[in-house]
Write a protein that binds this ligand. Structure first.
Ligand code: PLP
Length: 368
């Protein structure tokens, strides 16, 4: 029985892609792969809205995050991390692991950053060499504004590194137009693929920094190797060939539907889901509608319900094959993150809502 994945990624993989994933493998040092690799890299430019090359790594998204730190910075460099949740925290950990000096701007979960704070930090620490920020923060559902940060640093030597891992495709993203210097994504979010591939786009400013070389240790994730091999349509190490075959079809599909259309559809589905959960009595976690992203709908259960969310999610999964994620960190007992990345319709949302309603009713009857 197939499960419906109302999760923040991976999500259900469309049939058109699953067919591709079951094909016989091709070899990554042969002409048919070279052709495929070039096609895929061209199509990726559309997704990032860039004229720049997109590097393809075989790793999960965190590998791409780590690669940005070691390729763009030196030990001891000052950087600013805008921390709006679990994944902002991950950038801080990565930077500290490699001996970068981190100025952190922490915001409470469910909120976005404040541009005035960023300006102040840049004035106070003029040697800051990079700003790290999460586009869509998957722990909270908040979509952070990237364009304003790009405007702020475009004429400076500071690099803007954006974790667009879950944000890409289901929200607008303009690598060139927003003056982003390094954008990261991975296959198991908006692309609709299994996990295993990560993508990195680099601006001219970032490429200049890479050319100078940095002193942090790197081997597998050394961008210079990926750039050199890309010229012949290859990657330096055996890539996840099967996923690249799937990626080609996924990108074709995305280009055919158009990102604007996908964004609109996800917007509508998100608003529909918000309404349905409000009617059930849940509270929307993000109070400011203008910063709500389309990847998840984070909702809080009412205190007086005394809901055991582990029990609820188990009920949905075991009885109905509906898998919903709980909150992360301190919200694990209180929050559901209803993931919308799978190709869901309003009927799928209705099905989920009916089952939750049924669970709540049963609970009431037991109490009485
Ligand atoms: C999924 C995700 C990641 C990467 O996680 P991996 O498990 O390493 O793929 C990073 N940042 C955000 C915002 C994400 O949603």
């Amino acid at each position: 029985m197939t499960k419906k994945l109302f999760t923040p990624g991976p999500m259900n993989i469309p049939q058109t892609i699953r067919v591709q994933l079951s094909k016989e493998i091709i070899h990554h040092r042969m002409p048919d792969f070279h052709k495929l690799f070039r096609q895929v890299r061209d199509k990726l430019k559309y997704v990032f809205k860039t004229e720049q090359d997109v590097l393809i790594l075989t790793s999960s998204g965190t590998g791409a995050m780590e690669s940005s730190v070691i390729n763009l910075f030196n030990a001891g460099d000052w950087v600013l991390v805008i921390n709006t949740g679990f994944f902002g925290e991950r950038f801080i950990e990565l930077c500290q692991t490699y001996g970068l000096r981190v100025v952190r701007l922490d915001y409470s979960w469910g909120n976005t950053y404040n541009l005035a704070d960023v300006k102040r930090a840049l004035q106070k620490y003029p040697t800051i060499k990079g700003i790290f920020v999460t586009y869509h923060e998957t722990s909270t559902g908040v979509l952070n504004d990237i364009q304003s940060l790009g405007e702020l640093i475009k004429e400076t030597n500071t690099l803007l590194i954006v974790d667009a891992i879950s944000g890409l495709i289901v929200h607008p993203f303009h690598f060139d137009g927003w003056h982003v210097d390094c954008a990261l994504s991975s296959s198991q979010k908006g692309f609709g693929l299994p996990p295993g591939l990560a993508f990195v786009t680099l601006s001219q400013k970032a490429l200049a920094r890479i050319e100078q070389g940095t002193n942090l240790p790197k081997y597998y994730f050394d961008y210079r190797k990926y750039m050199a091999y890309a010229k012949k349509g290859e990657s330096p190490f055996t890539p996840s060939i099967t996923l690249i075959v799937g990626l080609n079809i996924a990108l074709e599909d995305i280009i055919e539907r158009g990102i604007e259309t996908i964004v609109q559809e996800k917007n509508r589905l998100r608003q529909y889901t918000e309404e349905k959960f409000k009617q059930l009595g849940f509270e929307l976690f993000i109070t400011d509608p203008s910063i709500r992203g389309n990847v998840i709908v984070p909702v809080l259960s009412k205190k007086e319900w005394q809901l055991d969310l582990t029990d609820l999610t188990k009920y949905l999964d075991e009885r109905y094959n509906l898998q919903v994620s709980k909150g992360q960190g301190k919200y694990s007992d209180q929050m559901l993150r209803v993931g919308l990345l799978s190709d869901f319709t309003e009927e799928d949302i209705d099905e989920l809502v009916v089952r939750i309603e049924e669970y709540l009713l049963n609970l009431n009857n037991e109490v009485k």
